[in-house]
Design a protein around this ligand. Structure first.
Ligand code: ASP
Length: 337
């Protein structure tokens, strides 16, 4: 009995530290996952909201068919997110599922559709943050992870660490139970490449969510800039640069020129403007993108706060994005109008 108990404890301990103990590890992990899932149900009844983006850039030469395809996809995605939130799923849960779907769609520069680096390999970055706890998880430079956002979330909830890179990020993903894929999984189809013709620079995806309990979360996922040097990491997985969430201020996901976003710690700067200058998210967002334009940086962002105020701003030609809330139908736009 004692041996059994100590084995379980050792095993549980090793699962928490993400170590071996192969035979019982799967069971214990499932128990941990169930525990997390139960905490992810919220019983509040407040108005909720979702904002997603598919990258800042120039979408102006999209044909009507292309617009229709992307619009339909994002509308359906937002409707499924709305259903999830109405059944009490948490902001973190819905951020993960919105971004997973975008990662699985090869028409966005994230997950399956991630751009290749200058060696012809796909290296992916992602981060997620829970505004209620300031807990966060991130991965950078993954080459074998199918859904970086899922591994980022598992790092946040099931390990003591925050950020894993390169082979270590792929490894922790498989240790946490996620399937790895080969590089050829990331081949973007010819027709999707055609869709991307004019959008060679951006296409990163992000989501910010307010749930029924009044909590917010954010996530961002990307293949980075096209033909980046191997090992280059942009802003998306860096907490406070491309991704940030804090129930006291807002949840934000950035897109655009990663190096400039990192230098200006833009997501946290945005949060500070709301916190200390007492600006609304929409006003702070406009000021921020204008300021970045003045220093020559192309950026875009989405944000939501716990009151349900949201912001969408960019200084590029456009930014594909969509919004839905508890009482509305989805709205998808390629620019401001
Ligand atoms: N911010 C991303 C990066 O620099 C690119 C993008 O938003 O499209 O990696």
């Amino acid at each position: 009995m004692f041996i059994l108990l100590s084995e379980v404890l050792i095993c549980l301990f090793s699962v928490l530290l993400v170590n071996g103990c192969a035979t019982n590890q799967q069971d214990s992990m499932e128990a941990v996952a169930r525990d997390i899932a139960s905490k992810n149900n919220c019983s509040g009844n407040r108005p909720f909201k979702i904002v997603v983006h598919g990258g800042a850039g120039d979408w102006s030469d999209f044909s009507n068919d292309q617009r229709h395809t992307y619009t339909l996809f994002l509308e359906n995605l937002l409707i499924s997110g709305k259903q999830q939130l109405s059944t009490g799923q948490s902001a973190v849960e819905v951020v993960e599922s919105m971004i997973s779907a975008l990662e699985n769609h090869s028409g966005f520069n994230a997950g399956r559709g991630g751009y290749k680096n200058s060696n012809g390999d796909v290296e992916l970055d992602a981060a997620i943050m829970d505004g209620a706890t300031l807990k966060s998880g991130a991965v950078a430079g993954t080459r074998r992870t199918k859904n970086p956002i899922q591994v980022a979330r598992a790092i946040m909830e099931r390990t003591k660490q925050v950020f894993f890179v390169g082979p270590g990020a792929d490894l922790i993903g498989s240790q946490l139970g996620f399937r790895n894929v080969n590089q050829n999984y990331f081949e973007t189809s010819k027709s999707d490449l055609e869709l991307f013709k004019k959008n060679e620079k951006y296409g990163t995806v992000g989501a910010v969510v307010l749930d029924k309990c009044g909590s917010i979360a954010s996530g961002t996922s990307t293949g980075g800039l096209e033909s980046k040097p191997p090992g280059r990491v942009g802003d998306s997985p860096i907490i406070g640069a491309g991704t940030y969430a804090n129930n006291l201020t807002l949840a934000v996901s950035m897109t655009g020129h990663g190096e400039m976003i990192i230098r200006h710690t833009l997501a946290h700067e945005f949060s500070s403007m709301v916190q200390y200058q007492r600006l609304t998210p929409a006003i702070a967002a406009e000021k921020l993108v204008k300021r970045m334009k003045n220093v020559g940086a192309e950026v875009g962002l989405i944000a939501v706060d716990v009151q349900g105020n949201h912001a969408v701003a960019f200084n590029t030609e456009g930014m594909i994005h969509g919004v839905i809330d508890s009482s509305s139908n989805p709205i998808v736009k390629f620019g401001y109008h």
